[in-house]
Design a protein around this ligand. Structure first.
Ligand SMILES: Cc1ncc(COP(=O)(O)O)c(C=O)c1O
Length: 384
């Protein structure tokens, strides 16, 4: 059989999970690989969902766009947390996660031979989605602090460029792009008739006194900016598959053709849970985010003690992306770390060539004690 997906990379986490299988079963296993926070949705939201389970409508499709009550509540949340004006009727679709939102967005936008400009290291599923849609990715390196340089993006634009893709706060680096840079990139999109796709999955996880800036705030560019969000990380509900896409109404109208074909709607129970979190659980979510803030401080303190790791302190997410001195094969290194210490981290090369020589540590699911234990193990590993 011939497959049109042959040129697309295989899911990298699956491969790694296979290699890690026999270590994962051990009681000493420490997981710094999984890109998730440690919390689940607040009890109150779960209790409300439980009450809804016997209601027939919980088990049926919702409208393709998602429950109107959820879109309204989410619009309110986006205004309160980011100052963004969203029309829940015409500018918002609830999707089965941010991945579904991004894949649908590129299916809606990209034609054959068109390219999307992406800073590297990149979130690998985005590259896979662009290729699945028949397009290609033009990689541009970020600077020593993992910041994107708008002049480099400008130089990469060619006649086949359809759009620019930004992830801020970033996976895998944690970098948060500042307003000036994002505005410069929005201007490039306006001048060159490009679309800016902004993945804001980690928008609530910005620390060190920084703030998240969404390019959807640029009302003069409202027709050129599409923003993607997720309930997986901050709401702790990755398994429920709920995310969203916010963009101009003419885009949303077209996006719904993909949505109807691929998923029809996001899972109904997941949408109801997201609604309950928005209505009654935001204070608990804020506490969990503060927990991550403290964990980050501890992890940065500990990582600086390891001479072989060169780390840039970034201001977002729960990821760290240190360079390992002398490392040229991060896949082999990660397997060796796993075998020697029972600790899983991700190889930087799955985030593109620019990530080679790095490892990604996710401290999201850990307790402070587990962070200490993980860095004790890494210190011993790199010292011997
Ligand atoms: C930048 C980024 N976008 C999207 C996703 C996927 O999110 P979701 O679970 O909402 O599909 C992730 C998950 O790790 C991510 O890091």
């Amino acid at each position: 059989m011939k497959f049109r997906t042959e040129d697309i990379m295989s899911p990298p986490i699956l491969k790694l999970a296979e290699a890690a299988k026999r270590y994962i079963a051990s009681p000493d296993f420490l997981d710094l690989g999984q890109g998730l926070p440690g919390h689940i949705p607040p009890d109150k939201a779960l209790a409300s969902l439980r009450e809804r389970l016997s209601h027939p409508s919980t088990h049926l499709y919702t409208p393709d766009q998602g429950l109107l009550e959820l879109r309204e509540e989410l619009s309110l949340y986006l205004r309160q947390t980011g100052g963004i004006d969203v029309d829940p009727q015409s500018e918002l679709v609830i999707t089965a996660g941010a991945n579904n939102a991004f894949a649908g967005t590129v299916q809606t936008l990209i034609g054959p031979n068109e390219n999307i400009i992406m800073p590297t290291p990149y979130y690998f599923n985005s590259v896979m989605a662009v290729k699945l849609a028949g397009g290609s990715v033009k990689e541009i390196p970020t600077d020593a602090n993992f910041q994107v340089v708008s002049e480099d993006i400008e130089k990469a634009i060619d006649a086949n460029t359809r759009g620019i893709f930004l992830v801020s706060p970033n996976n895998p680096t944690g970098a948060v792009y500042d307003r000036k840079t994002i505005d410069a990139i929005v201007d490039l999109c306006l001048t060159n008739d490009l679309v800016l796709i902004s993945d804001e999955t980690y928008s609530r996880m910005v620390f060190d006194g920084k703030t998240h800036y969404s390019p959807r705030l640029r009302r003069d560019a409202a027709d050129s900016v599409i923003s993607i969000g997720s309930c997986s990380k901050d709401f702790g509900m990755s398994g429920w598959r709920v995310g969203y896409v916010n963009g101009p109404s003419q885009f949303i109208e077209q996006f719904l053709k993909v949505q109807d074909t691929v998923t029809i709607c996001a899972p109904t129970a997941g949408q109801l849970l997201a609604l309950e979190v928005l209505k009654s659980g935001l204070d608990v979510i804020e506490q969990e985010i503060e927990r991550l803030n403290l964990l980050r401080d501890l992890a940065y303190l500990r990582i600086h003690e390891i001479d072989q790791l060169e780390v840039v302190r970034t201001s977002g997410t729960f990821y760290m992306f240190p360079k390992v001195k002398g490392c040229t094969d991060s896949s082999a290194l990660v397997l060796d770390i796993l075998q020697s210490t029972g600790t899983l981290v991700l190889p930087g090369n799955i985030f593109g060539e620019a990530g080679e020589g790095h490892i990604r540590l996710s401290i999201g699911p850990l307790t402070p004690e587990a962070v200490d234990e993980a860095f004790d193990r890494l210190t011993r590993y790199f010292e011997t």
